[in-house]
Design a protein around this ligand. Sequence first.
Ligand code: KOT
Length: 832
Amino acid sequence: ETHAASAPDAAAPAAETQAIGEDVAAIRDLILAKLKYSVGKSVTAASPHDWFVATALSVRDKVVESWLSSIESSKRTGRKRVYYLSLEFLIGRLLIDALTNMEMIDETRAALAELGVDLETLREVEDDAALGNGGLGRLAACFMESMATLSIAAYGYGIRYDHGLFRQRIKNGRQLEYPEDWLSFGNPWEFQRPEIVCPIGFGGHIDTETRPDGELRQVWHPGETVEALAYDTPIPGWRGAHINTLRLWSARAVDPLRLDQFNSGDHIGALMDRVRAESISKVLYPGDTTPAGQELRLRQEFFFASASLQDLVRRHISLYGDVRTLADKAAIQLNDTHPAIAIAELMHILVDLHDIPWDEAWAITQATFSYTNHTLLPEALETWPVPLMERLLPRHMQIIYLINALHLAKVSGEPDATGHRLAALSLIDESHGRRVRMGHLAFLGSHKVNGVSQLHSDLMKTTVFHDLESIAPGKITNKTNGITFRRWLKEANPALTSLLMEVVGDNLLDNAMVLEKVAALADDSSFQERYAAIRRANKMTLARLVQQRIGVKLNPDALFDVHIKRIHEYKRQVLNILEAVAIYEEIRAQPFRDWIPRVKIFAGKAAASYTTAKLIIQLANDVGKVINSDPALRGLLKVVFLPNYNVSLAERIIPAADLSEQISTAGMEASGTGNMKFALNGALTIGTLDGANVEIMEHVGSPNIFIFGLTADEVEAKRSQGINGQDAIARSPKLSEALESIASGVFSPDEPHRYRGLVDALTYHDFFLVTADFDAYYNAQRAVFRRWRDKPAWWRSAILNTAHMGWFSSDRTIAEYAEEIWNVPVTPPGRK
Ligand code: KOT
């Protein structure tokens, strides 16, 4: 138990022991004071949640102390600020994170123990802040932590959704969505800023006025105004050296109610404006790579982009007096195109409100903005219908037209300026109604554009941004994603972290590259034993959780084969399920061969409107139900689907994984970041050459990863020859059998044809090339088994994964952004 390690031990020097004792007593007293005076409860009446709030408020005091100094020092030194604009921040829980980064966790655990309270219990009662769908939002959260760790003066800007990502329940194998309600018990981490309110306009009309100097000026008179109200959450970096602000905007009506209407008896009508205004920050859109093409989504995007721009321009002017120096003192990063309307908004602010000449305004805009692309999937590339833009944001639509006219005028002089090329370069897509291409707007308005893995950045240049790249060579750069090791190593896997620190020293979380030292121990049998024992303990913990949540008993000595992420056809959960079905049939045919006990663990949410993804969830559940209850298997194979996947569940599952499934169709997963979390914690990867898997292979070494399947080039070539799966199925008896049993209702006896459509799609229209990759995947799984049988070889590979993953720290990623895109200095953490 880690708790024991924190208790003063006999060998420690007396002075240090005493200091820790005093710290513990002070923390205990502070928690008691918070419980009494801030929560308003006595020790005898306090619930675990009350203790959680009291503990959060006590660590928050320390955080605020540092936070105010960070803000002061950034002001005093006139530091350039980084603004990270993101529609999603998938933060998860904050208690353990704050205690870890403030280096108070052991003392706080001991203080609570003196009060008879278990910190682990408090950890579990905190609601996840689930203000994101998946990888894009989680990346924003890791980046916020690393920017603070590197003492970059940064602000995250986003929306304070009343309801984050839906809660998933599984009923009869099917996904049901329920509203999430993370604020229902209050949020101890945030500070409302009632004095920071920005008006956000929509609709209306534009007047042309003559300025005193005779120039013309466009004046936008919105038809509707809502207010954006700021809520700030401090984000501590590692060792608490620097603390940044996450500022989330909440929408509210200008008038809380229409009193006249209310008094005349129309109680509901009196609240209509308020409901309409507040709906903007009501709920997170659950589309992960399939954007909801709805007006409310555009209103959300403009709402937070405009509030953030108003706020940062106001700050700049109050500090420096002149908006024209903005690009010297501010770098704005667009997390995908969701905030790209900010480019038109900054032009509106500079040109219309500050009378800056267009060309100068455009230069400031380009120098300030940069844009990260997170997907090449065509259905996820945002475009907005021109009529909708004209109605909702008439002035911004004019500005976009002008940007486009000047841009096209520049390129139309070139010799290769065919109609075809101009159509491809235009901000307006004319191919299916007129639509504004937000990716093009983000590209043109930025000085740098980046992809999130080397392969993805390369593909950007040959696919969606091919034409734009040709007029701005060098604008596209790569910034391979990373993850914060504070959360994904220390907080998720404290036992492994302690073991690693014994080897590399206690600066592991300051400089992740020291992990390389662990490689020397890869073959050391006593180190292997300790490493394996930690995994075993993590698997026991997960097995208990699985038993509690879904009542399935897992064998902790089985190979835990884990596939957790959003459910999407391109991520190919179906390929994994097909292998489970194939093995199921083999075991039934020869029950007494030397099978390797294995548990397949699935978790993930499907967008509520994505029918096929929901059917895949049902298939995983149906297959699990039959397999888990078949006595002929004697427990050799289990298939479980854990409901309601979120950040805190990932923190439990990843440290218990032996095998990490990263099996997307090559060319389709921009990067992946779960892949990095698993490899760092020592799971071996079975994966395609897609996204950051390629770079993970380069770092951990190809003998220590199981790569299979078509490459991105081969996928392209294969698709151009057609995507019929019949040949691949005919060539593979195992695949044919598995498909046949699914199609015939072996796993859905209550509705035998439930999966006919799914199997037909794989057979005749296999866009994601599941059938083409099946045999390669099956064989890679057999190679995994051979390694598993050779335990020293398995643990050697696992240890080498951990040892070589230091480069995937988001500290490295952020240091690259800072140097190559933002032009801001970084200060690495370390003991002061
Ligand atoms: C969603 C809608 C529109 C555009 C992009 C997305 C998107 C992309 N949401 N999540 N992603 C993921 O971003 C991660 C962080 O870069 C990547 O690791 C992952 O491959 C993307 O799928």
